[in-house]
Design a protein around this ligand. Structure first.
Ligand code: ATR
Length: 282
């Protein structure tokens, strides 16, 4: 990071524990430079025990930060400690974007918007399907379910290894979301037009699953929120079986847009150069 930039302009952060693998400094650094803005964005590691004090220093203005991103494991705590979490954060019980406004620490969650913006860009019309299958019932799944439901997909099949987690999550969303065990995967894929992996299955170093996508509609799209590797085993299998695929890198890039706009006042663009920079860093 260029230290000279930290002395001028607005300062924003990404905090997590650990945080050194975060790609967010590359993303925001690229936008600051391409928009010729005098701001800075840097990784700021905060241990869970120190997180409340960090938030307090933000609220009091002692930290000089105008806001920032929050990643694992602080998203739930960020939501709880913010002065004004928005409706989206409240529904998800987690926030990933913080900013100071009118003397208050405000919070939102941009994961769902990142997910839909990526699909809108890469596969327009993805939401014109009768049913969708979502694999995984963790925190990431929750944001994706909400985003997909809010786009009007009324039949969402939530499949998870631990079925109790799927049941619990589905209950939060009402009748549109149906929970299932893994054994039901093939059955619920019948006629679905969208398949979303939100689990770490196939992530670098994890076991690759073996999925038969043929029950999906022939024009279905398969997407993965994992982006390392870019072409996950799930996407590679779907592609080999003739399905359209969308990788998860765009979700990471698009979820960063609202925060940048809040902190630095300009709406940045997700372009091919940025995508290539992140890929080169993998
Ligand atoms: P995140 O917040 O990133 O979604 P998480 O809350 O730990 O992370 O959720 C991880 C998801 O990946 C869960 O749905 C998990 O399934 P369980 O609820 O059964 O744990 C799923 N997952 C992780 N490893 C898996 C594996 N080897 N097989 C099947 N599902 C797996």
């Amino acid at each position: 990071m260029d230290d000279s930039r930290e002395t001028i302009g607005r300062r924003a952060f990404v905090t997590g524990f650990p945080v050194k693998h975060s790609r967010s400094p590359i993303i925001h650094g690229y936008w600051l430079k391409s928009l010729s803005l005098d701001g800075s964005y840097r990784a700021h590691e905060v241990a869970p025990d120190d997180f409340p004090a960090f938030i307090q220093s933000l609220k009091s203005g002692a930290s000089d930060f105008v806001g920032g991103n929050v990643t694992i494991p602080h998203k739930e705590m960020a939501f709880k400690l913010a002065d004004e979490p928005d409706d989206l954060s409240q529904e998800l019980g987690a926030s990933n974007t913080l900013w100071l406004e009118d003397g208050k620490l405000k919070a939102t969650n941009t994961d769902g918007r990142g997910f839909t913006a990526n699909l809108d860009e890469r596969h327009p019309g993805w939401d014109k399907v009768r049913s969708a299958v979502i694999l995984g019932a963790g925190g990431a799944s929750r944001a994706v379910i909400q985003a997909v439901r809010d786009r009007g997909i009324r039949e969402i099949h939530l499949v998870n290894r631990t079925v109790a987690r799927a049941v619990e999550l589905a209950d939060r969303f009402g009748e549109a979301v149906h929970p299932h065990p893994m054994a039901a995967l093939s059955e619920v894929m019948k006629g679905a037009g969208l398949f979303i992996n939100t689990t770490s299955l196939g992530m670098e170093g994890e076991i690759a699953p073996d999925i038969d996508f043929s029950p999906l509609q022939p024009d279905a799209v398969v997407t993965d929120i994992v982006y390392v590797p870019l072409k996950t085993p799930i996407l590679a299998q779907a592609e080999m079986q003739g399905f359209a695929t969308v990788d998860g890198l765009g979700m990471l890039l698009h979820q960063a847009v609202p925060g940048f706009e809040k902190w630095f006042g300009k709406r940045p663009v997700v372009d091919g150069t940025l995508r290539a920079m992140i890929i080169a860093d993998m």
